[in-house]
Design a protein around this ligand. Structure first.
Ligand code: AMP
Length: 296
């Protein structure tokens, strides 16, 4: 696995691969990698000839008072995970490489960035869209892999790729969870034993709603209420919303199209997000819908 820190070195490394017609897969991350990232890298390695992983804690997607300065880092462990998962290139740019002096051009997402996390993290998706567009231009991947864990992000990035005619296919990988259901997240490292136990109520709430949905419950209000009741373990709920999976508009009344039940909540000072996708057409045909919680 090659490690590169500059855009020039990255381009020099990728040029011959592209000339040979190799399929390039890309997994953008902020590091402190876990098996969620590992799964994205493995999927890319399975489907592409070369997999590029970037680790860049992007300052423009953090708001004032958020955890930019304290975001967890462990580069040695990250390198091992990338290598073991099949990455060919690890791109580790400094902030000045991505945002040189004088930088002033941004990608401004539209309405999809407004609800859910966008309501509580103004500017977050502008930062995400900007850095992902820049990274796409640097790597020029054929396929780019994102986790369903950050559901709104996948919708915003897909839309951006379409709107800006970026020649990349966006692949969304289901959320990877601990055996007890907790969605893997770099931010789980902030949780002590008690907080971790309470954080579990997020996936439990979502699982309960999903189970009710699979059992035939279609009322959006009831599904939200089922999740909310079990969310009692967290310190504060930022939102529990059931939205149309395509346009992120709230679903009122029956869930008659593919939807995402999304949660953001605080356990102590740690903000956690999670979601499940509810697909009526699949569930109604008797097949288990995608995006199910896999709880051992
Ligand atoms: P991050 O390092 O948090 O920016 O995440 C990098 C990528 O990994 C994003 O596409 C995330 O959605 C994805 N990811 C994070 N956690 C998980 C998880 N538990 N399962 C699947 N993908 C994940």
């Amino acid at each position: 696995m090659r490690i590169v820190r500059t855009i020039a070195d990255l381009r020099a490394l990728l040029r011959p691969l592209r000339a040979e017609g190799k399929r390039i897969g890309f997994v953008p991350t902020m590091g402190f990698l876990h098996e969620g990232h590992g799964t994205l890298i493995r999927q890319s390695a399975a489907r592409c000839d070369a997999t590029i992983v970037s680790i860049f804690v992007n300052p423009t997607q953090f708001g004032p008072g958020e955890d930019l300065a304290s975001y967890p880092r462990d580069l040695e462990r990250d390198q091992n995970l990338c290598l073991e998962a099949g990455a060919g290139v690890l791109f580790l740019p400094e902030t000045a490489e991505i945002y040189p002096t004088g930088f002033q051009t941004h990608v401004e997402p539209g309405r999809l960035a407004e609800p859910l996390c966008g309501r509580f993290r103004p500017g977050h998706f502008r930062g995400v869209a900007t850095v992902v567009a820049k990274l796409f231009n640097m790597v020029q991947p054929d396929l780019a892999f994102f986790g369903q864990k950050d559901f709104q992000q996948t919708v915003v990035i897909r839309r951006m790729a379409r709107d800006l005619n970026l020649p990349v296919d966006i692949v969304v990988v289901p959320t990877i969870r601990e055996a007890d259901g907790l969605a893997l997240s770099s931010r789980n490292s902030y949780l002590d034993e008690d907080a971790r136990r309470r954080a579990l109520s997020i996936s439990r709430g979502l699982l309960a709603a999903k189970t009710a949905f699979d059992g035939g419950e279609r009322s959006a209000a009831k599904l939200i209420e089922i999740a909310r009741v079990l969310l009692a373990g967290v310190d504060s709920i930022q939102y529990v919303e059931l939205v149309d999976a395509q346009n992120l508009e709230p679903i009122q009344g029956p869930v008659d199209r593919s939807a995402a039940l999304c949660v953001a909540a605080y356990v102590g000072k740690t903000r956690l997000i999670d979601n499940v996708v509810l697909s009526p057409s699949v569930a109604d045909s008797g097949v288990t819908s995608s995006g199910t919680l896999q709880i051992a």
